[in-house]
Every structure is written in structure tokens, then in C-alpha cells.
Design a protein around this ligand. Structure first.
Ligand code: 5CA
Length: 156
């Protein structure tokens, strides 16, 4: 098992969840690929999008429904400083995951998080598990609990 996948599984189990990420037959690098693989609506996929603070360099995690986009002005208001998209190397260093498999939990360094309210329209959502072909199902309530995310509107 990859270290990334093991870290996500350990984080889920440590939170008391008996969820095991599933390996999909095809790649799940994009939200659309993940939705097709799981057989669910695009908005049921949790995108883990990282932004970096222009002033502090801190990272902020925006758990975004698959079909939605982060609106930088709304995200900036939540973070309290101007934001830019985190670059590939920064995402890798802070989360320990490569783009395309960034999970909402199991990061090397914990990051403050917000969640798109759209995700709570579903009984179950699916998120990346640290690799470009593993995803896991979770209830929106458990997702909020294990990420410590605050629900807030930040999409365009
Ligand atoms: N495994 C899928 C579904 S869960 C997944 O990880 N989707 S995702 O949307 O959360 O991750 C892909 C995201 O990586 C893109 O939406 C984008 O926000 C980010 N990304 C892609 N390329 C770059 C890049 N060059 N720099 C920073 N972020 C990027």
C-alpha cells in the first residue's frame, strides 16, 4: 500500500470510522473521473483545493463540491488575507499528497479548512484517498468532523 493511502486510512480509523478507501479500475485524478468511477453525481465528489496566503504563506483547505469553483474573493474573506492558488510543490510538501490525489485528511501538516455547503445536500460524498485511483465514501457530517472544517459559502 502507498504511504499516502496508508496515511489516509490511518486518519479515518483514528477518527473512529470503519471506512476503507477503494481502488478504482481507472484514474480518479479529476472530480469527473472520480464521479464516473463511483457512479455518483459530480457534486458528490469532494475536491480538496489548497490556497496559500499572500501575506503569511499559510495554506487553507477548501473542500469543494465537484462541479463548483472556489471564488477567490469569498475565500480571501474567510482566510482573512489575500490568497493565491497553492503551487504543486507546496501542496506536496504540506499535505504529503500529489495533485490529483490530495485527500481531505491525513495531511503531514494540519491546515484550516472550510467546506462547501453543497456537499451537505447528499447523504454520502466521495473524496480522494492520497492516490490518483483511490477514493472513499463518507457522510458530510463525518467529513466536517474529521477535517474540522467550517461550512461557509465560498463558491462562485
Ligand atoms: N482525485 C480527484 C477527485 S477527489 C481530485 O483530487 N480532484 S481535485 O479537484 O481535488 O484535484 C485536482 C485539483 O488539483 C484541481 O481542481 C486543482 O485545484 C488542483 N490543481 C491541478 N493542477 C494544479 C496546479 N498546477 N497547481 C495547483 N493546483 C493544481
Amino acid at each position: 500500500m502507498s504511504k499516502s493511502l496508508a496515511r489516509v486510512t490511518a486518519a479515518l480509523h483514528a477518527a473512529g470510522l470503519t471506512i476503507t478507501p477503494l481502488e478504482m479500475p481507472g484514474e480518479t485524478r479529476t472530480a469527473q473521473q472520480a464521479a464516473d468511477a463511483a457512479g455518483v453525481a459530480l457534486d458528490q465528489i469532494v475536491k480538496s483545493i489548497l490556497f496559500a496566503g499572500a501575506e503569511t504563506g499559510r495554506l487553507y483547505l477548501f473542500l469543494t463540491a465537484g462541479g463548483n469553483q472556489v471564488a477567490p474573493d469569498l475565500a480571501t474573506a474567510l482566510a482573512g488575507e489575500p490568497l493565491t492558488r497553492a503551487d504543486i510543490a507546496t501542496v506536496r510538501n504540506v499535505t504529503g499528497f500529489a495533485i490529483g490525489g490530495v485527500a481531505p485528511v491525513g495531511h503531514l501538516t494540519p491546515v484550516p479548512a472550510w467546506a462547501d455547503p453543497r456537499l451537505s445536500d447528499f447523504a454520502e460524498v466521495w473524496a480522494a484517498a492520497g492516490t490518483p485511483r483511490h477514493i472513499f465514501p463518507i457522510t458530510p457530517a463525518d467529513l466536517l468532523r474529521i477535517t474540522g472544517a467550517t461550512q461557509a459559502p465560498f463558491t462562485a
